[in-house]
Design a protein around this ligand. Structure first.
Ligand code: ATP
Ligand code: MG
Ligand code: FE
Length: 352
């Protein structure tokens, strides 16, 4: 069965074709980063308008690169939430219209389930159960995953997400938006021991996180340095970046290992944009080796938002028998706020 998937929850328009038997066939992506950069963050109205402009050309592109025609598509998947309401509505209404016009079933997908299952795109033989570290721009969660739709939240951030910690500290260092990749690149030239930033909650007995104190500590240090020496030098910035990255990675690493020990599981899966961070990847690979376990990451280009993870999550749901393919009502809504817990099997999930 061939599924076309659409992602439009924030500032990336993604379209992909996935086969339920053969996996990813093709995907195309347009990032709006350059458009939002001058505003220092995502402008929701501009995001929605751009999704409208991009979705059709990307659909043609993905069909072209897979060498397929519309007739070969059997179902349509789209991100139904969480995310920006207007942006979600573009993808949802496009996908539902597409499905209606061609009498196909439409499958609403939870964006975080897309991230969560994306490492399986590259590791089809990865077995359940596993521990998942979900580190994105809006979420930082540790979950136990026993199967498709069987997710147990073990811990999460009490304030900022890890991606937010990267972005906000990068912003106050003047590194622009989104800061995560920029800060991480700069960190390679810096000394991670230059500043002893706090590792919030690293020793707490639970699997929760907190990153807002780190951001304040970095801000205080930046101001003190500027007051003493004037504008920061390239080396000062690199040292700040390396020390910040190291603090975030230390906490994510320590909590992941704690979760492995607590659950007794040997497989760790990392998902979400921060999963692209090289330092985090190396650290987790080393830690898991020591623990006699394995760690899995999505391919680098599929860590941040994309259509492939949405089409793929739909395919996994279909394969698990969780989708009613006979439903062709095409009534739909989007859910800007939506807990992953709501789609867990056995949960009282509100209909999408
Ligand atoms: P959510 O999925 O929670 O709704 P989102 O879709 O905005 O949020 P993602 O697209 O998964 O999040 O990830 C974007 C985040 O990943 C940003 O905060 C970005 O700075 C961060 N990020 C991307 N690459 C890196 C990197 N190499 N190092 C650190 N952070 C990174
Ligand atoms: Mg994004
Ligand atoms: Fe995301």
């Amino acid at each position: 069965m061939i599924i076309i998937g659409f992602e439009s929850s924030c500032d990336e328009t993604g379209v992909a074709l996935v086969c339920t038997e053969r996996g990813l066939l093709a995907h195309s992506l347009h990032s709006q980063i350059a458009m939002h950069q001058q505003y220092g963050g995502v402008v929701p109205e501009l995001a929605s308008r751009d999704h409208i402009r991009r979705v059709l050309p990307l659909t043609r592109e993905v069909l072209g690169s897979a060498g397929m025609t519309l007739d070969q598509i059997d179902a349509v998947a789209y991100t139904a939430g969480p995310g920006l309401a207007g942006a979600l509505l573009v993808g949802a209404s496009f996908a539902q219209s597409f499905a209606w016009a061609r009498s196909l079933p439409a499958i609403p997908i939870h964006h975080l389930e897309g991230h969560l299952l994306s490492p399986l795109l590259a590791a089809p033989r990865l077995d359940f159960p596993f521990v998942a570290l979900l580190v994105s721009g809006g979420h930082t969660q540790i979950m136990r995953v026993d199967g498709v739709g069987r997710y147990e939240l073990l811990g999460e951030t009490l304030d900022d997400a890890a991606g937010e910690a990267f972005d906000k500290t990068a912003k106050l260092m003047g590194l622009g938006y989104p800061g995560g990749p920029a800060l991480s690149n700069l960190a390679q030239q810096g000394d991670a021991r230059a500043h002893d930033f706090p590792r919030p909650m690293i020793h707490s007995s639970n699997l929760d996180f907190s990153f807002s104190g780190l951001k304040t500590a970095v801000m205080t240090r930046v101001r003190a340095l500027e007051k003493a020496d004037g504008p920061l030098s390239a080396q000062q910035l690199a040292d700040l970046a390396a020390s910040t990255e190291s603090a975030i990675v230390d906490v994510l690493g320590a909590k992941s290992i704690k979760a492995m020990k607590q659950t007794g599981l040997k497989r760790l899966v990392v998902a979400g944009g921060v999963g692209a961070n090289r330092h985090l990847r190396t650290r987790l690979l080393q830690d898991m080796l020591k623990l006699g376990g394995q760690v899995f990451f999505p391919p680098l280009d599929l860590c941040t938002d994309n259509g492939a993870m949405i089409a793929f999550a739909a395919a996994m749901r279909v394969n698990a028998g969780l989708v009613d393919l006979s439903d062709t009502s095409h009534a739909f809504t989007v859910r800007p706020r939506w807990e992953l817990h709501d789609i867990c099997l056995g949960a009282d999930a509100a209909a999408v």
